[in-house]
Design a protein. Sequence first.
Length: 298
Amino acid sequence: MNNIQVSLNQFLDYLKIEKNYSKQTIYNYWFWLNRFSQYLQVIENKQYIEEIEAMDISKFRSFLCSEDLSKKTINYHITAIRSFFKFLQKYDIQTLAIEKLELAKLEPRTIEFLSQEEVDKLLSMPEKFEKNKLKEYRDLVVLNLLYGSWLRVSEAINIKLNQINFENNQITIIWKWSKQRAVFITKKTLKLIKKYISLRYDNSKYLIISLSKNSKWKVVTRVSIEDLVRGYASLAWIEKKVTPHTLRHSFATSLLMKWADIRSVQALLWHSSITTTQIYTHISDKYLKKVHALIDDN
């Protein structure tokens, strides 16, 4: 018989050592699976993998519902359990068939994006409102990187100066599971980076640094970037909810509205599945439908 908690710890080691997952991803798996493990041991009084039955999964799903968790969050738990069971089966440990762990059907995903006019207005805010030149260019670099290079916050804040290739207009990014990939930088962003670096007088190896008194010259946090984007969106009088990811969505939507093919957009965003990218086509289709409707107004 295989103890649930011991097997869970072995799975987490597997994710760290063999799969080379990031600390955050491993933490997420630990969180979801530890909740499942505690439920089995405390509520169902089960200690071993071989004792887990299909009804336990159903009851656990109901338990999560009673905790007012969303369908999406519950699906995260079920997906983690499926990965855990797949790992156990790899080592010939008897578990439930993966097919029995079904995911709840979710409502079609919707995303918020900015129009080109709103993007242009947002990107101009540091120049209009920031008096400190170093902070002005730091913030311009942040906004233009998030939009023009479609980076996620976690990727942007970890960029080191030696990862920037000024000759080829590229930045080497440490991507998921510590993989490397190169992203393009617009000529405008590259020019801003050069100016920003010329204004700095610190020894930090990171591109985006904090300029606040309590953490000066240190790497900025995710929250700081989120606050930065939200603050400039407010100054631009943009009523939509604007997050760093909104800029990524906006860029992808803008490309499709300018007739970029979806496969190219998929490659630029580094989506493993075309299905993930297709959500942007629904948005651009709605936009094009409105444009086409203008014919009826003439």
